[in-house]
Write a protein that binds this ligand. Structure first.
Ligand SMILES: [Zn+2]
Length: 145
């Protein structure tokens, strides 16, 4: 097994954990999970949901996502802001392709790699990450992963 294969195996394992973490989300339209890993330690986690103190309902009566729902990436990054850790040089594992708003936060947080599983219909987030020199990898997870 090459070093690249081992890295991919590890990446898939963290991505599977992010997918399991997404099950915490009470959002109905889409459940997204994110993990931030630094020096082989998970230093933060997040899933999409409303801010602390708001009721745990992501969609309005028309089944549209409420504007104040935080994405998994933003929740994972803001959790670090309240901890003694920092995300400089870390890797983010996220179940879904990051949007442009999260991409901006990821760039500013010093994260160097982003690994995601599911494609999103827009790709401007990934394009922005790549413009900032962040390594972005799309790894498919199938039902056997
Ligand atoms: Zn986002």
């Amino acid at each position: 097994m090459t070093i690249e294969d081992k890295q991919t195996d590890l990446d898939k394992r963290y991505l599977r954990m992010a997918r399991i973490w997404a099950e915490n989300s009470y959002c109905k339209r889409r459940q997204v999970g994110a993990l931030i890993v630094k020096d082989k330690m998970i230093i933060s986690d997040g899933y999409n949901g409303t801010p602390s103190g708001f009721e745990n309902v992501c969609e309005d009566e028309n089944y549209v996502t409420k504007p104040y729902v935080l994405h998994a990436e933003a929740n994972a990054l803001t959790k670090i802001a309240r901890s003694g850790n920092n995300s400089d040089g870390a890797t983010m594992y996220v179940t879904d392709e990051p949007c442009i708003e999260c991409a901006k936060l990821i760039i500013q947080s010093g994260i160097r790699r982003v690994i995601y599983a599911r494609d999103y219909r827009l790709h401007d987030g990934v394009e922005l990450l790549e413009r900032a020199g962040i390594v972005v990898e799309h790894l498919f997870l199938d039902s056997n992963d």
